[in-house]
Design a protein around this ligand. Sequence first.
Ligand code: HPA
Ligand code: ZN
Length: 340
Amino acid sequence: MSTFISKLPKVELHLHIEGTLEPEMVFALAKRNGITLNYPDETALRAAYQFSDLLSFLRLYYQGMEVLLTEQDFFDMTLAYLERVHQEQVRHVEIAFDPQPHRLRGVPMADIIEGIARALAQAKAQWGLSSRLIMAFLRDLSQESAFATLQEAKPFRHHLYGIGLDSAEVGNPPSKFAKVFAAAREQGYRLVAHAGEEGPPRYIEEALDLLQVERIDHGIAAIHDEALMARLAKARTPLTICPLSNLKLNVVDSMAEHPLLQLLHAGLCVTVNSDDPAYFGGYMNANFLALQQDLGASKHDLLQLALNGVEASWLSNEEKQQLHQEIISYGEQHGVYLKT
Ligand code: HPA
Ligand code: ZN
């Protein structure tokens, strides 16, 4: 592992907490909850993590999260992730959870949100690792279900910062959720949505124009639309890109063909994230390393990507300035100077 990457202060903005369930934890939680899994052991489960596309991944992702039943389960899962990224010099995270599949299994909303929030509070107290929590709607479910979820989350509003949109993209355009995103905006939530992962550039425009999101999760389909790229660059609309995820789900054929650097060099506010690290073969540092080793990203690029993460985050201006300066100084110590 390159020391430059492992010690670089970072921010993670696109992470599904259920996507951090390592096979070892899936088995431990299954045992604790008396659940029998379809795989004989951790090695067999990990061996099943071979995906052809987003849908083939989502099948295993929803299956894996079935072991989550109690507040303690959500706490343990979240703390394990936070401990891991703390070791990787991640200073701030904005993470999403998917309440609907848990609610369909009968887990109370209180246990889901309070378990995650308790771990976030502990990480802040113990390591100074700050966070924002995003509640995501599944786009393959109905808008009515999203409305019911928004309503159910009301008693826990103080733990929540943003609303997101994820799951099976193609055939479930952002326009399907325009009303519920408007309602969430009324309630003061910040807004994000997955768009342009497997879906077309048009979905990115819909997310911006109809949902009025301020960041796009993935968004790499923008590379196919010059006008859209110019719009995203001009507005500095952040794209939370996940290189290893895109590779594992065959959104790109090889890391060498990933459009991340083209988007970055065209002036877009591109950031690096891990999406579902237990399934895609790596956390933050592994994603940065893949860019350096297989895409040819320079230290200058990596530093700019880390700074973009700060810019794209929902930290206060004061917190942003502090972390920005820390990253600039880090670069200077390593002989990397950015024109700012
Ligand atoms: N895309 C869409 N939905 C998801 C993903 C993803 O990469 N991970 C978890 N839910
Ligand atoms: Zn995602």
